[in-house]
Design a protein around this ligand. Sequence first.
Ligand SMILES: *Cc1c(COP(=O)(O)O)cnc(C)c1O
Length: 354
Amino acid sequence: MIPLASDTETRPDAAMRAAIAAAEVGDEQRGEDPTVNRLLERCAALLGKPAALFLPSGTMCNLVAIKLHTMPGDVVLAEGSSHVLRAEAGGAGLVAGTMTEPITGSPDVPPGTFTVADLERAVERITILPSPHGPPARLLCIEQTHNLGGGTVWPYETLAAVAGRARERGLAVHMDGARLMNAALASGVAAARWGALVDTVWLDFTKGLGAPIGAVLAGSEADIARARRLKHAFGGAMRQAGIAAAGCLYALDENIARLADDHANARRLATGLARIRGLRLSHGPPQTNIVFFEPGPDGPTAAQLVASCRQRGLGLGAVGTRVRAVTHLDVSVEDIDRALAIIAAAMAERRDRP
Ligand SMILES: *Cc1c(COP(=O)(O)O)cnc(C)c1O
């Protein structure tokens, strides 16, 4: 099966497994795991923050950050199709008791991003009545790259302006950087410079970086000290977690530069898809490693196309009316060409049916 459904499908290779097997370990919960501590030092520097915290998943990074920055009843603002609103099982409401306000980006900005004016509109909706009637807008979440937007990278100036305005409004700003290293590579803007725009930022090691477990949240010393308590309260404190952190350290050394291959493979896939009759790219050429495409009104549904490709040995994901393909280190150039042949065959079979 060609694994294009998600970059979470990567499996640790022999070299990463060797690094994991050789990991020095200690009790992470007490701050005594040397491998975790080395990872945190590296990540704090990488993300441009004084302190960092190892967590079992990206979802827990978002949850800890939301709880950290808000009180129950506060409003969390985020783009309407962001992961934190659509794909985290309502955790913020469950655990932090927050309300959410989706932000809709103007039609002329990259999908998943929005402008200062879009932010202002959302804040004004929330605060249509003065305090104490209106709920307090407290936190803005940014997703970089934006997953359902098609792996979009925020234009630096746009994000700087949006984060600056949010701060003037008294909001904290948090970045879901699940794929921040893809954004850093595509934009040429270092992760630390993106991190400097926000209060808290995290990086996922289980997406294109290819490790089996782990994410790191970074921020000020004070924020991370409070986040450590929340991690413990949420059951996220671990023991000999150096086993997991060793895979993350290996990924930092070996799997960042090669993200360029994933971006090239995504472009190759998109170029081929645009040539298949009856298909169109949902968001134009990809900036990073995610490609959304969709069959026309006379074609199969996205779910039918995904099912038909699966029978032919290609894994893709259906997201509503669109199909998502994600490149990563377990997908080669040859896999891309085979995937294109499979998708073309699935589309042709559909057309040939009476
Ligand atoms: C995958 C993902 C998450 C959640 O990360 P997990 O490690 O799977 O919990 C959060 N945000 C975005 C944008 C993601 O793609």
